[in-house]
Write a protein that binds this ligand. Structure first.
Ligand SMILES: [Zn+2]
Length: 206
């Protein structure tokens, strides 16, 4: 069947006519905009998703706390670590995972969606709930002694997005792994703990 010429022309014109100028220009999203999709995956620049099978159910509808860690590995290892935890062999691999690892270069490596529990803090409870079943676990790439500006800015960006998406009380947004397992853990360490109040103040004042 041959299409009527008028229809062909209108289709062609429809695709070739430039959009009218209305005088209103939509602002482009700022380059540091970071959003969270309905499943709990980060959406934005400098986000790398490496979905892991290492996750469990949350006992709350959405996370109510943020627990901070450092990886105790060198800068540049976030990618390798994200790849390593994608799979899990019971009895072979250590049962460890996290939601997001903040790279020294500012890249956010996400392994577990924020509406699932990651395996970042085996001990302790928050408000009677197991930590892994109610919190976001954030790893900071490095050994806890120095945090480059790009990494601090990325962590700030992440906290802002978390606070906007979920009802996380401020007093639960700066928890440290060592609080829950003081005999075995010292992360995130004094350097990060000194930076945290300022970082949280900026997120919670918006
Ligand atoms: Zn830890």
């Amino acid at each position: 069947m041959a299409w009527p010429l008028s229809l062909v022309r209108s289709l062609w014109e429809g695709t070739s006519t430039p959009r009218p100028i209305t005088g209103h220009v939509e602002p482009a999203s700022p380059p540091d905009a970071l959003e969270i999709d309905p499943e709990g995956w980060l959406v934005g620049a400098h986000v790398e998703l490496a979905p892991s099978v290492r996750h469990s159910r949350l006992s709350v509808p959405e996370p109510i706390a943020i627990v901070w860690h450092y990886t105790a590995t060198d800068h540049g290892t976030a990618r390798t670590m994200a790849r390593r935890i994608r799979t899990y062999r019971r009895g072979v691999d250590r049962a460890a995972s996290w939601h997001v690892c903040v790279g020294h270069d500012g890249v956010l490596w996400q392994s577990v969606p924020l509406l699932r529990g990651a395996w970042h803090c085996a001990r302790g409870t928050i408000g009677g709930r197991r930590v892994n079943a109610c919190s976001v676990g954030i790893e900071l790439e490095g050994r806890g002694d120095a945090f480059p500006a790009a990494q601090v800015n990325a962590a700030d960006r992440l906290v802002r997005a978390l606070v906007e998406a979920y009802a996380i009380p401020r007093e639960q947004a700066g928890r440290g792994h060592r609080e829950f397992d003081p005999a075995r853990r010292s992360d995130p360490g004094p350097v990060w703990e000194a930076l945290l109040p300022g970082l949280l103040a900026s997120s919670y004042s918006r």
